[in-house]
Design a protein around this ligand. Sequence first.
Ligand code: ZN
Ligand code: ZN
Length: 186
Amino acid sequence: MTLSPADAPLTWNVAGLLGDDPGTSREFDVSDVSIPRDDGLELARPISGHVRFQRTNRGIIADAKLHTGLRSECSRCLRPMEVPVDVAIEEEFLPALDLATGQPLPADAEPDVARLTDHHEIDLEPIVRDELVLAEPIAPLHSPDCAGLCIECGLPLDEGTHDHPTDDIDPRLEALRAFKPDDSTD
Ligand SMILES: [Zn+2]
Ligand SMILES: [Zn+2]
């Protein structure tokens, strides 16, 4: 088994492990892995964790425990925030090719089962990507008791004072008054 290629950090070549007896396993640490950004998925930190591959009678079980964070925004006060995500994967991959003959194995018998690539690789990136999309909360809160935004001045209620008089003061002036320069220079 070789290390992951630099351009596919969540891919491992398991040709060697396929030649071993069932029950044999290999383990790898995952650190500092970024995946190309698409689907609106933006990582706030690299992916780290641990993967374990175990030879079974039919293929290889991948057992991965990974951690990262997604860049998001508080749904009440709109502050940028990070949503921590733990991804646990346990999936059996069956060979795409017969190791002895190099011939493709029939995939139509079990269309839903995960397959190794033609180069005997386990590619976890699509699964990790799916898990991250599923893990993204619909309405994240930067703090469980986030007070949200002031309906008078539009600034976060947990910053500054919001004892706005109810008479007809220009709301733009109110916004300026609630803005305290000391808060923004730290
Ligand atoms: Zn908030
Ligand atoms: Zn206010």
